[in-house]
Design a protein around this ligand. Structure first.
Ligand code: TRP
Length: 325
């Protein structure tokens, strides 16, 4: 079974990205053939800085590698390096109803936040994502909760294609982690952790131990003082519980027992240590890899040729079925 996933190179990745997506990828690559894409063509649908983009592409690659993706096993490449992605997206766009795209939650939200930049690319973003997935005939797509709707649309595009042009694509499933799919902001636990908010709200994967310590100790907590997990009554502490439980591999019940009779401060102090230790190898590998640009280029080059072989093969079949060959 082949797995496909992508991440937009839009700047430093944080704990929410890691726990919501990348962490699963590391486990999946042990048992599946995995294709991981740095989706730069998606990144340019919202305002961006030309120079930052290149830097972010490399930084995203470094995160993948530092987090444990093994380039000898998994394919890691940059979306814009393979022109079959936009090519297939164009073809799939011709069978995607406009209304479906207009009702996508992400399109509606991004149109609201970037009022001056509602471009056609933002609207057809999910079609390009469908092309990414279908080009590799992926059967499972590990993503965060917010991307579930786009994978759903991919299924319906695949189905439509099969009906119109004959069986070609399997309908891919999304793999959404139950816990951790949504890590909340440290300063406002009602909102998702996001790099575009206050930097104090967000733990970046390469944050220094001092920053991590400071951010966790000042994370918003709730009224009362018992360290218990209750998302509606104690959203702040519960978000910290989620992070703790995923990184330390303990259930929230175990943690409640462990911290019975202790206060928020003690809980946070212990969590800060867990996070700092967990991210230590990330910081180390990041330092190492950022000095090895030639090695990074080489990884991209080799992966690209593996990806291209699959992509070209799919395109040939699709074009033939659509009457274009
Ligand atoms: N849209 C995804 C996100 O914002 C990124 C993405 C692009 C993706 N293409 C993909 C994810 C294909 C999974 C599969 O997170």
């Amino acid at each position: 079974m082949r797995i496909f996933s992508g991440i937009r190179p839009t700047g430093s990745l944080h704990l929410g990205n890691y726990l919501g997506a990348i962490k699963q990828w590391i486990d999946l690559q042990e048992t599946h053939e995995c294709v991981f894409c740095i989706v730069d063509l998606h990144a340019i649908t919202t305002p961006y800085d030309k120079k930052e983009l290149q830097k972010n592409i490399f930084e995203t690659l470094i995160v993948y590698l530092a987090a444990g993706i093994n380039p000898e096993k998994s394919v890691i490449f940059v979306q814009s390096h393979i022109k079959e992605h936009p090519e297939l997206a164009w073809l799939l766009g011709t069978i995607t109803p406009l209304g479906e795209l207009q009702r996508m939650t992400q399109f509606k939200e991004k149109s609201k936040t970037n009022k001056a930049y509602i471009n056609a690319g933002l609207l057809s973003y999910p079609v390009l994502m469908a092309a990414d997935i279908l080009l590799y005939r992926a059967e499972a797509v590990p993503v965060g909760k917010d991307q579930g709707q786009h994978v759903e649309l991919t299924r319906s595009i695949a189905k439509k294609f099969n009906q119109k042009f004959g069986q070609t694509f399997k309908e891919p499933e999304s793999l959404i982690p139950k816990e951790g799919a949504k890590i909340m902001s440290l300063t406002d636990p009602k909102k998702k952790m996001s790099k575009s908010d206050d930097p104090k709200s967000c733990i970046f994967l390469f944050d220094s131990p001092e920053d991590i310590q400071r951010k966790i100790m000042s994370a918003q907590t709730d009224s009362g003082k018992d360290v218990i997990y209750n998302v509606t009554k104690k959203p702040g502490i519960s978000n910290l519980f989620t992070i703790y439980s995923l990184l330390a591999n303990k259930t929230t019940q175990d943690l409640e027992k462990e911290f019975k009779g202790k206060n928020y401060g003690e809980f946070k102090k212990s969590l800060a240590k867990i996070v700092i230790d967990y991210l230590e190898p990330f910081r180390r590998k990041q330092k190492e890899l950022s000095l090895r640009e030639v090695y990074l280029q080489e990884i991209l080059k080799q992966s690209q040729s593996r990806a291209l072989t699959i992509a070209q093969e799919t395109m040939r079949e699709v074009k033939e079925k659509m009457g274009l060959l």
